[in-house]
Design a protein. Structure first.
Length: 232
């Protein structure tokens, strides 16, 4: 398994000093190199120094993800952002998805803001051992066998809700999103769609080839929304 997946940690404490110019240039290169889940959806990623919002994490830098709205745009942002999240981890840079933070202003209102990510020099360990992950057992989030499901299981999610379910069948992985608890549904519906994109990138990183599309012949799964199928 990709070592970054096994060691990645959500870092919430940062040194106040900004990253050096060479590292920020590397970040821009990583942004330019990301692979979208849906290439036809226009999105934008900016680096800013301040955000606002409930439970905001104080960091020297933030990524601001914005996107045109349309089917799959939230999954697309999760898929894109997790590439950067893992790249930061591999380089020893701390980062953390921020579900309640927002930019101070939207530089391009025609592309709505979606989510933010803090990053910078960590003031706590950047990595953790896989044994420290608090995740549901594989049997609770999947059925069938596919070696990539463990990477999917380890993906981060909003309030660690892990609202996904996978059915492995004949080399395919059918991906479902569980219907959120009614008490948290309003808050988590958007976040869980981003989460699906995050876990899809974990699957993609473990795949020799990766295709994701909605199939007409896939069975419904009780209590879940069918999101699409991963195939080689």
């Amino acid at each position: 398994m990709n070592e970054a997946i096994r060691k990645r940690k959500s870092v919430r404490k940062y040194a106040s000093e900004p990253l050096d110019s060479a590292t920020l240039e590397w970040v821009q290169e990583q942004i330019a190199a990301v692979m979208p889940l849906y290439p036809n959806i226009r999105y934008k990623i900016e680096i800013v120094n301040k955000t606002k919002g409930l439970f905001n994490v104080k960091a020297p830098h933030y990524l601001i993800f914005s996107s045109h709205e349309g089917e799959g745009y939230l999954e697309n942002i999760g898929f894109i952002g997790q590439q950067l999240n893992l790249s930061f981890s591999e380089r020893g840079i701390g980062s953390c998805w921020l579900g309640t933070s927002k930019p101070l202003e939207n530089s391009e209102p025609s592309i709505p803001f979606v989510i933010a990510m803090a990053f910078g020099t960590a003031a706590e360990p950047v990595h953790c051992d896989v044994s420290e992950f608090k995740r549901k057992p594989l049997s609770a989030v999947s059925e069938g066998e596919d070696s990539r499901l463990e990477a999917a299981r380890l993906a981060p999610s909003a309030v660690n809700s892990q609202n996904w379910y996978f059915v492995a069948e004949k080399g395919n992985i059918h991906c479902y999103r569980r219907k959120a608890n009614p008490l948290l549904g309003f808050m988590l519906t958007t976040a869980n769609q981003i989460d699906m994109g995050i876990t899809l990138y974990h699957i993609a990183s473990e795949s020799d080839t990766f295709k994701f599309a909605k199939l007409k012949s896939v069975s419904a799964h009780k209590g879940c929304f069918y999101m699409g199928t991963v195939s080689d």
